[in-house]
Structure formats: C-alpha cells, structure tokens
Design a protein around this ligand. Structure first.
Ligand code: FEH
Ligand code: ZN
Ligand code: ZN
Length: 348
C-alpha cells in the first residue's frame, strides 16, 4: 500500500510503498476514506531533532482519520467489514484511570501504551495511507448514519479538539456570554460552529484573511473582524466594555495571546488551542482578575462520539478541501503556505 512516511527527523516526508498490515488479535484494519492534514504535523516534521520526541522513525503521518473496516483480527466483534468508522487517534495503555475514562490523551502509564504520548500518525503509523492498522477495537468508532468518512475525518481532531475546549467552558458560555475565536482555520471554523451549536453565546471571530472571515460568517459567527482592525474595540462594543467570557486562541502565538489577554473578561477563560508557541506572562496583575488561562490537548473518546452526533444532526459542517494521496505533498504545502480555508483532507 501507499503511505506518506516521515523517514528521518527534520526531513520531508515521502510517499512510498509499504506492506499492507494484517490485523492481529484485537486489531482492526481500516481502509482510509479521509485523513485530515493538521498543522501539528508541520511541527513534527519541521521542529524536532532526533531524540526530542519519544518516538521511533519511520512512521506514517496522519492522526485525523476515518474510513471503513477492511478486516479485523481474532477476538474483535461488532466491526463488520465495510462499516464506516472514525478512528480515535490518541492511543494510551487502555487500563489507567484516564484511559478507562476514554481520556487516552492523558494516559498515566505511557510506558504501557503502544507509543509514548502519541497514537496514529504520532509515533505510530497513521492514516496518510491506503490502510491504517488500529491496535485496539476501542479506538474505532462507528459513524452515525448520514456521515461519510471524508467529512467525518476532520471531526476526529479539528472538531474534537475545540469541542473539548468549548465543553470545558460551557458554564461560562451563558446566553449573555461572548466567545472570541482567534484563527478561523481547520479548528477555528469548527470551534465557531461548536459554540453556536452547544450554547447561546455570541461569537466574535478573528482572523487576518478575508476568506477566513467569510468562512467564519458561514460558520455562524455573529461578528467577524480582521486581526489588523481594532479587535479590542469591537469586543468592548460587543460586551458593554466587560470583555469576552471565553477566548479560544486557535493560533497560540505571542501576538494572538497578547490580544486574547487584552480582550478577556474578569472571571473568564482563555484557552490556548493552537500550537503557535506563544506565551502568556502570568503574574497577579498581568491578566484580568481570575481569567483562567489553560491549554487543551485533543479530546476524549466520549467527546468524539458527541462531536460525531452533532455533525450527524447537521449542526457541524466541515469545510473540506480534498487532495488525492498522490498529491499529499501539495496538501501540506498549501497548509504551510496558508492558502487553505477549512481543512485539507487526503482521500486515498
Ligand atoms: C498533535 C501533536 C502534538 C500536539 C497537538 C496535536 C494535535 O494536533 C492533536 O489534536
Ligand atoms: Zn492535529
Ligand atoms: Zn493509560
């Protein structure tokens, strides 16, 4: 089968041929219908020296996957060939408190996991390929009726990550609340929809690109403002001078985090969703009183089920740009150049 593999650290991945795996006991082979292209892959490809990540090379990229069950290993029941499925990407030990809750992102026994702090496409072979071998049936989530693997794939990361972030702030997203989403890309355009679908809060979307602001409006944002304009003034107008109850920074750079702090409300939430590497200086007077500054990392398996159900009810729409697997390098290049709106999905 074809696979887009990171062969050496700090080198460009290559599309190559590898053997199609056979599922062993408890394993599931998924024929990939869609594999989302995530900014995090660019960090993995461009930023880590040998030994910095606890992962062995080579491995196939792609941690945002959906497809159809191709075959199952001995002991697997209930996943018939042809069943459309999403793949929960974080693969923990399966037995610690966090894994038992389905929060495998925070596995507390990484030494017992198939890979330390990783999963499909993150240290182990992922879905940028014709097939994906999933080490346990618990990571395979049947798609609800009405969802297809191409549009469902982004929901496993670009949807699940902001869903986890929004869910944490539901208590503050009251009908009189305002949420600000900074960065309307793959995650941001779904973050806007998730806030609108699960709360009565108003949403202010911020981005630098007109086409992204247009996507924000199509996604339900009440206000879409260019990052170069006076965002703070717009947020003040929107919130009677109080500031945003929740700010989701899907970029996470110094500039966007500085903006996020400046528009945050006392007692609000600032959640760093993007991997921009920015910092928030923290001291008693550096942020609004009791503004909770937090990070999030991906989401849990139960939350993935909830996201899929939201989409199946027509409440989430992923803006998908398809690329064939043979054009996978074009997809990553478009992401890196910032010419995409929505999410690039590779469809083998
Ligand atoms: C992947 C690797 C490292 C950090 C964050 C991520 C996310 O894209 C997974 O949702
Ligand atoms: Zn990702
Ligand atoms: Zn665990």
């Amino acid at each position: 089968m074809r696979a887009f593999r990171l062969q050496d650290w700090l080198t460009d991945p290559v599309l190559t041929e590898v053997a199609t795996p056979d599922p062993g006991p408890g394993e599931v082979l998924v024929r990939i219908g869609g594999a989302g292209v995530c900014h995090s892959d660019l960090h993995v490809i461009r930023e880590f020296e040998p030994g910095q990540l606890p992962w062995r090379l080579p491995f196939t990229l792609g941690h945002e996957n959906a497809g159809w069950v191709a075959s199952v290993g001995p002991g697997v029941r209930g996943l018939e060939p042809g069943l459309p499925v999403a793949v929960y990407g974080p693969w923990g030990c399966g037995a610690c408190d966090r894994c038992l809750q389905g929060v495998e992102t925070y596995c507390e026994r990484p030494d017992q996991a198939p890979v330390v702090q990783g999963g499909a496409g993150l240290g182990l072979d992922g879905g940028m390929a014709d097939y994906l071998l999933v080490p346990s049936a618990r990571h395979v989530v049947p798609l609800p009726d009405g969802l297809d693997p191409v549009t469902a794939a982004p929901l496993t990361d670009a949807g699940l990550t902001p869903y986890h972030a929004v869910r944490r702030s539901w208590a503050k997203l009251t009908p009189s609340a305002t949420a600000v989403v900074i960065g309307i890309g793959g995650l941001g355009h779904l973050a806007v929809q998730i806030v609108k679908a699960t709360t009565a809060a108003r949403v202010v979307a911020v981005d630098t690109r007109p086409e992204a602001l247009e996507l924000a409006r199509r996604s339900g944002a009440d206000v879409a403002v260019a990052a170069g304009d006076d965002v703070a003034a717009v947020v003040r107008d929107e919130t009677a001078g109080q500031g945003a109850d929740v700010v989701l920074d899907c970029v996470g750079s110094d500039a966007t985090l500085s903006l996020a702090v400046s528009i945050g409300r006392v007692l609000g939430d600032l959640t760093i969703v993007g991997l921009g590497g920015g910092r928030v200086p923290m001291s008693f007077f550096s942020v609004p009183f009791e503004l909770s500054v937090q990070t999030t990392y991906w989401g849990s398996r139960p939350e993935l089920v909830e996201v899929l159900r939201l989409a199946a009810r027509g409440l989430l729409h992923t803006e998908v740009h398809r690329f064939s697997l043979d054009d996978v390098t074009d997809a990553y290049r478009a992401l890196e150049e910032g010419t995409l709106t929505g999410r690039a999905v590779v469809t083998p």
